[in-house]
Design a protein around this ligand. Structure first.
Ligand code: HEM
Length: 410
């Protein structure tokens, strides 16, 4: 953003382009969101190409929009810059970009897989993998923590879908290529991504065939044996919803872990408190989720003309709900920029959104973070930065691309 000066007062736009990934990479979005949240909590953003969208920034207005799926639809895509062709092809089939009542039918099929036995199995996986990755990193001079944090969410997703353990390494590498957030989108990278998607597709195809004959306690079995509107799901619906689980649960959980560690490094007194008072862990995890807000926004499209905080929204307008702003709303969270692992009102955070699309993996992600930070707290005396931190260049994922650290053993 060009700073305004006395000679050139118009240089800084009143509403900067909140969708500019550089604004987020430079760490400049926080103060901009705070100012707009106070002055104009529903504002129209004009992008570099002249297109516009509405940004909703206060906690109250964000929850109001998310509670009204009839006026604010998910079928136009759940984020800014989603590929419109892919969105149109998956609408009405993939849960996150489907409206009620079909949305609820798909959601019930996926939820039915989360049996107590499966949750128990996933919890065991979480502890085993957390111990493995933290032990491997302990005492090394310097490691990139973004890599350490990658394996846990991916392993949990593989286990949840029903991928046998022998195939995890294959699926982890394919999934990272296909769904990883990567700044490089040149032709070679695009080809690698396309090949990885094909490999995953062929793998699911085989897994679906096996689970049709012999169901297990996993998501693929729930999807191949589930019914929506009285009929079985099509193969396309099954694959799209598996992809939805992978893309919804992978980078988000990973970036909460990475951002959480950085917050604890930057606030050593909070790290010490976590070590000394294990009972604070659940609140600490909620504060990590609030403070990092890995999915910075979600998107809706207005189905009819309506008014929001005095602004006239037309049918077809895009409305971006900035969860990262709602989570720093001073009317809900006292001194919101303070990282405080004992914060009392923290459970009200909007990290998993609100309303009918409230994250289906929220309990899983929370347990993953609890497990990971519990193992970290027990095995690590002190996490230390060993180099420069690089933030992600994205308007969706609020995250860190490179976090060099040393985990000093306890
Ligand atoms: C939905 C964030 C973990 C799967 C959502 C939404 C948000 C979100 C903001 C709402 C989308 C909308 O309203 O349009 C996060 C964050 C996570 C996380 C920050 C980790 C810290 C997970 C995990 C899974 C998952 C582990 C997989 C098990 C999904 C799915 C939806 C969803 C399938 C769509 C639900 C629906 O449409 O009803 N997530 N998520 N997420 N999430 Fe998560």
């Amino acid at each position: 953003m060009i700073p305004a000066t006395e000679e050139n007062p118009a240089a800084a736009p009143r509403v900067p382009d909140l969708s500019d990934p550089l604004l987020h990479q430079r760490g400049e979005a926080g103060p901009v969101l705070a100012r707009l949240r106070r002055e104009e909590p529903v504002c129209q953003v004009t992008r570099a190409d002249g297109s516009t969208f509405w940004a909703v920034l206060s906690y109250e207005l964000i929850t109001q929009v998310l509670a009204d799926a009839a006026t604010f639809s998910s079928t136009g895509g759940m984020r800014l810059d989603a590929d419109p062709v892919a969105t149109a092809a998956a609408t009405g089939k993939m849960m996150v970009i489907t409206d009620p009542p079909l949305h609820g039918m798909i959601r019930r099929v996926v939820s039915s897989a989360f049996t107590p036995r499966m949750v128990l199995r996933l919890e065991e996986t979480m502890r085993t993998i957390s111990v493995e990755v933290i032990e491997a990193a302990l005492g090394q001079d310097s490691i990139d923590f973004t890599e350490v944090a990658a394996r846990l969410p991916l392993s949990v997703i593989c286990d949840m879908l029903g991928v046998p353990r022998a195939d995890w390494d294959f699926m982890l590498s394919r999934t990272m290529t296909a769904f990883g957030v990567n700044g490089d989108d040149g032709p070679e990278q695009q080809q690698r991504v396309a090949t990885a998607h094909t490999d995953i597709f062929l793998y699911y195809d085989e897994l679906m065939r096996l689970r049709r004959k012999e169901p297990q306690e996993d998501i693929i079995s729930a999807l191949v044996h589930g019914r929506i509107d009285g009929r079985p799901l099509t193969e396309e619906e099954i694959i799209l919803n598996c992809n939805g689980l992978i893309s919804g649960g992978n980078e988000t959980t990973r970036h909460a872990t990475i951002g959480g560690l950085l917050a604890l490094i930057e606030h050593p007194e909070q790290w010490r408190r976590l070590q000394e008072e294990p009972e604070v862990l659940p609140t600490a995890v909620q504060e990590i989720l609030r403070f990092t807000t890995p999915a910075m926004h979600v998107l809706r499209t207005a189905t009819r003309e309506t008014e929001l905080a005095g602004r006239r929204i037309k049918a077809g307008d895009m409305v971006a709900l900035w969860l990262a702003s709602g989570n720093r709303d001073e009317t809900v969270f006292a001194d919101p920029d303070r990282f405080d692992i004992g914060r009392r009102e923290v459970n009200r955070n909007l990290t998993f959104a609100y309303g009918s699309h409230f994250c289906i993996g929220s309990a899983l992600a929370t347990t993953e973070l609890n497990t990971f930070f519990d193992v970290l707290r027990q095995r690590v005396a002190r996490p230390e930065l060993t180099g420069e931190v690089r933030r992600m260049r994205s308007n969706l994922i609020g995250g860190i691309e490179h976090l060099p650290v040393r985990l000093v053993p306890r």
